[in-house]
Design a protein around this ligand. Sequence first.
Ligand code: HBI
Ligand code: FE
Length: 296
Amino acid sequence: MNATPKRVEHQLTDKGYVPVYTTAVVDQPWDSYTDEDHAVWATLFERQREVLKGRASDEFLASQEAMGMTPGHIPKFSDLNPILREATGWELIGVEGLLPELDFFDHLANRRFPVTWWIRKPDQLDYLSEPDLFHDLFGHVPLLMNPVFADYMAAYGRGGVKAHGIGPEALVNLTRLYWYTVEFGLIRQPDGLRIYGSGIVSSKGESIHCLESDAPNRIGFDLERVMRTRYRIDTYQKTYFVIDSYEQLMEATGPDFAPIYEKLAQLESIPAGDVLESDTVFNKGTGEGWLDEGGD
Ligand code: HBI
Ligand code: FE
C-alpha cells in the first residue's frame, strides 16, 4: 500500500476546494511506510534537532528525548503510547489529517492526541499546507509528557467542546488561543526566549525567524489579548506571545470562558501586527517583509 492520505471529499470554501478528512481513527500503518518515508522523517528530525539547540524550550527537548524519539525510523505509536500514558495519561491515535473542530476538541478532552499517519514527500520538506506526521509527532507530542502542559491541552479540549456549544465567535476566540500558544508560542527562560509552539518547532525557517528576526512583535501572553488577535495561516507570525511558564497557560484556562466570550464579543478583533499601549513588549517588530494583505 502506498502511504498517501485518503481524502474523502473536497469542500468548496472561500479558499477554493479544501480537503475534508474523515473523522475516522486509523491504526498507524507502520509496515506500509516506505524507505523514502523513513528518510523524510530522519532528515527533518536531524535538521530540526540541530536548529532547535538553544532555540527550543528545555522542556520540549528533554521530553522528546524522554519519549525515546530518534531519527532512525518513524516512531511507532504503539511504542510511544505506554510511555505517554504512564507520564500524563495521554495516548496517540492515528487520523487522516485535520478533523472537524468538535471531533478534535473531544479527543483532546479525553487525552487522545490525533496524529496524522502519513508523512510529507521529499519535495515538501520546507512547507506543507496541512499538518502531517512530522508536524504532529515531532512538534505536538513531546510536550504532552509535561504534566502541566498535558493538563492544559485537556482543559483546552474541554473548553473547545463548550465553545462549540456557545457559537462560532467563541470558537474563533478559542482557536486563536490555540494558535498563539500550542502552535506558535514562546516561553521565557532564565537564559532567554525559547520556542514551545509546534508550528514553529517543525519549521526550520520559523524556528530561526521567531527568535532572531527584527520583523515580528514579541509580546507577553495575556488571555484576552490573544483571544482577540487575528492571524494568518500562510505566513510567519507577525506577533509571537511569550508565556512565563506552562503553569501560566494552565491558570489561564481555569476560569469559565463564557463571560470572557461575552466581553470580547463587544470588542474589535486586533490585527496580527498591532502593538497596544497595554502590551508587555519584549520586542516591537519592524514589520519588515510583512505582506500587507487584508491587514490580518
Ligand atoms: N485536527 N487533526 C487535527 N489536528 C489539529 O491540530 C487540528 C484539527 N482540527 C482543528 C484544529 N486543529 C484547530 O482549528 C484547533 O484550533 C481547534
Ligand atoms: Fe498543529
